[in-house]
Design a protein around this ligand. Structure first.
Ligand code: NAD
Ligand code: DAU
Length: 340
């Protein structure tokens, strides 16, 4: 741990209208009263300004724009003392259907941000994913650590891996003041209906049978998005420059088990779903060893009761249909075209 904590006053949060970025904005506004947040978000299909609506105007400003717009990025970064970079094309299935926006946003967008941070000597935190490490076998207790070699499988995860590598190179070559975090699968409110948990919840609300890929035994390591946010703040303010920290909350579950928990919550039989075509290259298992973050920075997750977190998430989707309804039909049309 660094002796003196870094105390940012003006931060730029990219992708702050998405699922995890908007949770972070709420977290900062609630927990860190002296901090002003400028959200830079392109408002793609995944961005929703409603996610940060109602936050005090003197604390949060939304700038609608592209992280690949170097002039805009330069102006915003010049006025900040830290950048927390969430903006991305984030969905594996979309990256298989069309990789091109993933290359543009995830790689070129990161380049624009780190170049601006380098020019203005601004602290940079890079939000990444455990998927850069590829996958683990099901019959092995091994977990990812900060030393695990990169072995990404999908267009999405390979562009995230490329962006991590750019940040590492900028630290070493240019002395960029950066940290990197790689987190496991998030769940919670405001997650787009294309993702596994919200897709199944909203299908059940609509009376449609959920869809399970492959044999349903793929394992994901679930963490509540609020715990992801507290970990990112902890790393931004107390992490060592140039270091990578893995974020996870010991939440391994296979997809079948998660789906059965959702079906139970809806009072449906446990086999009331359809098996569908597997995702090409589908990663088998992710599992995070977050002991470096816990040991060095004293971070601990607080929302570790998955059953109650899932029940609250289901309740949120039941109560917030106007939030997810506009995206549902187009999302399912995309899945139908892919046989999923
Ligand atoms: P999301 O798809 O819900 O949100 C992405 C946001 O980025 C949207 O608001 C979108 O409008 C914005 N955006 C996309 N392209 C942009 C561009 N070119 N310029 C400006 N804004 C742009 O994603 P998420 O699930 O909230 O993920 C956020 C970050 O966290 C990503 O970097 C992702 O790789 C990482 N991550 C996600 C998970 C997870 O479980 N979802 C886990 C670990 C890491
Ligand atoms: O591990 C972190 C990653 O988690 C993040 O980097 C990504 O941005 C995020 O999207 C997530 O990736 P996954 O591919 O693991 O999440 P997704 O919600 O798409 O799928 C979770 C699992 O559920 C995966 O094994 C595929 C499966 N699945 C998904 C859908 C949408 C199904 O079985 N049926 C479905 O309908």
């Amino acid at each position: 741990m660094t002796d003196t904590a870094f105390e940012p006053r003006r931060i730029v949060v990219t992708g702050g209208c998405g699922f995890i970025g908007s949770n972070f904005v709420h977290h900062v506004v609630r927990e860190h009263p002296g901090v002003h947040v400028t959200v830079l978000d392109k408002l793609t299909y995944a961005g929703n300004p409603g996610n940060i609506a109602g936050l005090p105007a003197d604390r949060v400003e939304l700038v609608v724009g592209d992280i690949c717009d170097e002039g805009l990025v330069d102006r915003l970064v010049a006025d900040a003392d830290a950048v927390v970079h969430y903006a991305a094309e984030s969905h594996n299935d979309n990256s298989i259907a069309d990789p091109s926006p993933f290359l543009e946003t995830n790689v070129r967008g990161t380049y624009a941000l780190i170049e601006a941070c380098r020019r203005h000597d601004v602290r940079y935190h890079h939000v990444s994913t455990d998927e850069v490490y590829g996958d683990l076998p099901l019959d092995d207790p091994a977990r990812f650590t900060e030393e695990t070699p990169y072995r990404p499988s999908s267009p999405y995860s390979s562009t995230k891996a490329a962006s991590d590598m750019l940040v590492r190179a900028w630290v070493r070559t240019f002395g960029l003041a950066a940290t990197i975090s790689n987190c496991s699968n998030n769940y919670g409110p405001y997650q787009h209906v294309e993702k596994f948990i919200p897709r199944q919840i909203t299908n059940l609300i609509d009376g449609v049978r959920p869809r399970l890929y492959g044999d349903g035994r793929n394992v994901r390591d679930w963490i509540h998005t609020e715990d992801h946010s507290s970990a990112v703040w902890c790393i931004l303010t107390r992490g060592r420059i140039g270091e990578t920290y893995l974020i996870g909350a010991d939440g391994e579950r296979d997809n079948l088990a998660v789906l059965r928990e959702i079906l139970r919550a809806f009072g449906r039989p446990e086999d009331d779903f359809d098996w569908v075509r597997d995702r090409p290259g589908h990663d088998r298992r992710y599992a995070i060893d977050s002991s470096k973050l816990r040991r060095e920075l004293g971070w601990e997750p607080r929302h570790t009761d998955f059953a109650s977190g899932l029940a609250e998430t289901i309740e949120w989707y039941r109560e917030n249909e106007p939030w997810w309804r506009p995206a549902k039909e187009a999302t399912e049309a995309r899945y139908r075209a892919q046989g999923q």
